[in-house]
Design a protein around this ligand. Structure first.
Ligand SMILES: Cc1cc2nc3c(=O)[nH]c(=O)nc-3n(C[C@H](O)[C@H](O)[C@H](O)COP(=O)(O)OP(=O)(O)OC[C@H]3O[C@@H](n4cnc5c(N)ncnc54)[C@H](O)[C@@H]3O)c2cc1C
Length: 383
């Protein structure tokens, strides 16, 4: 599997070689956005992987996109700075109108615009997405948005955002997943006319924000798909996001196992390499096995997604297995670097923080277990 799509892997590795560990370390230290890196990815066409060829992209599938994300993380970078464009893309490609596709996709392909943000989570409802309180009320040829979002990433480094809001009050819906709609928001325009962005300082170098909407007007032509069907559409993005993040965790997992294997093979204590001790070998070997197993589920999730088949179970399971595997690998890597694991110049502590996020976001491990228990195994619904 690690040798599949060798041409993509070689291309990304060559690009990443121009952005060594020092680059990512400095960006992390400065809490900056890796502009030069994302620009280079865009210039070489990688950010347009999922855009159909007729709109200037490469017309690749989610599987290929996942290999791109995996290789970035495996090379020591963090795809979190740019993965939004990948998981948001299919929402627009699959559910956008011909007019929206023709208007937006060529500009995304050329790099003129970035579609890096997706606004779903809210402060008072959290994981309970269907209860979200942000409303979009139709007035003439516009929708008026009011409400609040939290943890919305890359808003300051994106031109467009996909926003989920309620268009029909919950009380008037027969199912709680109905009555939600998705919109394309022009971020710069919105910041002039009703959307306030408040950055959230956080543990990783991840640009993420609180958003406040106060009578923000969105033209009706920016509604994606049919009004009221937004929850179904947003799942396209969420399943893609889970499969892509699985791939990123797999990239991290290989980075950690490679890094620690090299270190323990060289570091001598008690007159021999520490990697000669089975107490050191076994956690690393176990983490590697888990990364490889998660890799298989990632392929399955992406294969189903690209075939247009249901993949909710596989995307969730891939994300959970991969996040767990990369976290085990991170722990082993930090542990067997001893004190040096805490030194920034080894990059272990940075990658350790980055990969920890994926136990919680974009969906927590508990919620995946609950999804599988209810929707795959058929156990009674718990909420
Ligand atoms: C750095 C970062 C970037 C993010 N970027 C985005 C973004 O771009 N767009 C976006 O929309 N969101 C984003 N998020 C939000 C992310 O998706 C949510 O944080 C995540 O879904 C969890 O929601 P919550 O924080 O509200 O946790 P809560 O829903 O409050 O849950 C907290 C914890 O309680 C547990 N829990 C909750 N309910 C149950 C239950 N029924 N059964 C068992 N356990 C339960 C889980 O362990 C969970 O981790 C981001 C978050 C972070 C930290």
């Amino acid at each position: 599997m690690q040798t599949d799509f060798q041409d993509i892997r070689d291309g990304i590795r060559a690009l990443c070689a121009q952005f060594p560990d020092e680059y990512h370390r400095k960006v992390d230290e400065d809490r900056a956005y890796p502009e030069a890196f994302v620009d280079a990815l865009t210039r070489e066409g990688w950010m347009a992987a999922l855009i159909p060829e007729e709109y200037g992209g490469s017309g690749l599938g989610l599987l290929e996109a996942s290999v791109i994300m995996e290789e970035i993380n495996r090379a020591g970078g963090n795809s979190g700075a740019c993965h939004g464009q990948m998981y948001n893309m299919n929402t627009l490609v699959r559910h956008g109108s011909d007019e929206q596709r023709a208007r937006i996709l060529p500009k995304l392909a050329s790099g003129e615009l970035r579609l890096q943000s997706m606004g779903v989570t809210e402060p008072t409802t959290g994981t309970d997405t269907t209860q979200l309180k942000t409303t979009a009320v139709k007035r003439g040829d516009k929708y008026v948005i009011n409400g609040q979002k939290v943890w919305i990433s890359r808003v300051q480094h994106s031109d467009l955002m996909i926003l989920l809001a309620r268009t029909t009050p919950l009380a008037e819906c027969t199912k709680k997943s109905e009555g939600l709609s998705i919109f394309l928001v022009d971020i710069k325009e919105a910041m002039q006319s009703g959307m306030t962005v408040k950055p959230i300082a956080n543990m990783v170098n991840h640009e993420t924000n609180e958003l406040f909407f106060d009578n923000l007007e969105i033209p009706q032509e920016n509604l994606i798909g049919e009004e009221g069907k937004g929850f179904k559409y947003i799942l396209t993005g969420l399943n893609a996001e889970r499969a892509l993040i699985a791939a990123e965790c797999i990239g991290d997992g290989y980075w950690f196992t490679d890094k620690v294997t090299a270190y323990v093979s060289e570091r001598e204590v008690f007159g021999r390499p520490i990697g000669q001790n089975q107490g050191v070998q076994f956690p690393i070997a176990e983490a590697y096995i888990e990364v490889r197993a998660a890799d298989l589920m990632r392929y399955e999730a992406c294969r189903l997604y690209d075939a247009g088949q249901p993949c909710g179970a596989e995307a969730n399971m891939a994300k959970m297995l991969a996040a767990k595997a990369s976290w085990e690998a991170a722990n082993a890597c930090l542990q067997f670097h001893g004190g040096f694991g805490f030194a920034c110049e080894y990059d272990v502590e940075r990658k350790f923080r980055e990969t920890r996020l994926y136990q919680v976001a974009p969906i927590s491990t508990n919620l995946i277990l609950s999804y599988v228990a209810e929707h795959v195994l058929g156990m009674p619904r718990s909420f």
